[in-house]
Ligand binder design. Sequence first.
Ligand SMILES: [Zn+2]
Ligand SMILES: [Zn+2]
Ligand SMILES: [Zn+2]
Length: 300
Amino acid sequence: MKFFLVAILFFPFFLFSQSVKVQVLGIAQDGGFPHAGCKKECCFSHLQHPEARKMVSCLGLKNEASNTAWMFEATPDFKFQQAILLEDKFNLKGIFLTHAHIGHYTGLMHLGREVMGAKQVPVFAMPRMVDFLKNNGPWSQLVSLENIVLQPLAANSPVALEEGITVTPILVPHRDEFSETVGYWVKGPNKQFLFIPDIDKWEKWDEDLINWLQKVDYAFLDATFFENKEVPGRDMSEIPHPFVVETMQKLENIPPSEKDKVYFIHFNHTNPVLQENSDARKLILKNGFHYAEEGMVFGL
Ligand SMILES: [Zn+2]
Ligand SMILES: [Zn+2]
Ligand SMILES: [Zn+2]
């Protein structure tokens, strides 16, 4: 009898505390994998085989207790990622955007009158990103027709989504032609994660990655390029990102339990981590880190 009373008393809390999850919906850089026009070995044979595709970097957040969900990024693969996340039972409560590069927001086009004709989907973005969407077609039409409702964010100010879930934008240095760039710090009832799909070198950030790893349980980090000289004939200083080997070196001396939190994401088509059985994949695992794969789910 006592057991049942205890079980009944705690059951809803137990259910709630296990119900919030983050799901990996895409792992590639803005152009996806394979890449348009790539005649190299990485993509050429895959370009005529869509089943080999990897979708653009995107995370989904969902609460199985309330059937609510949010997306981080609206990528060119939005149609698939939304369907995979929502499973026809979750309600999409909002989309958080990091910045105005094509892999991160152009999926919003599916919300417009040409496709879904969505009604007032909250789109959370920083002030320059909000202005960009308001003042440039075709995005401005999504705003005027109220397919989306822009929700301006402020750096370091948490947004409370539901009991026990907050999302905080963190500014990061990046090529900010059209908007500022943020990463997201997301707290669930029990665990939290950091999502930084695009950033210049770690040294240019006024935050300390090692401190962040102490704070969170999972970190999905920019792994656009594995190492220097990966894109022959292109000056890689024009496209600065922390190379995977640099990030691993920077984190070389942290405890294994901290390394275990790192999931590399946002792989360029040239990045060997996209290739199964590559030495790059093996090295990441050997060093105690992980690479994100579509379909991974983590409890929060
Ligand atoms: Zn990107
Ligand atoms: Zn390629
Ligand atoms: Zn970018």
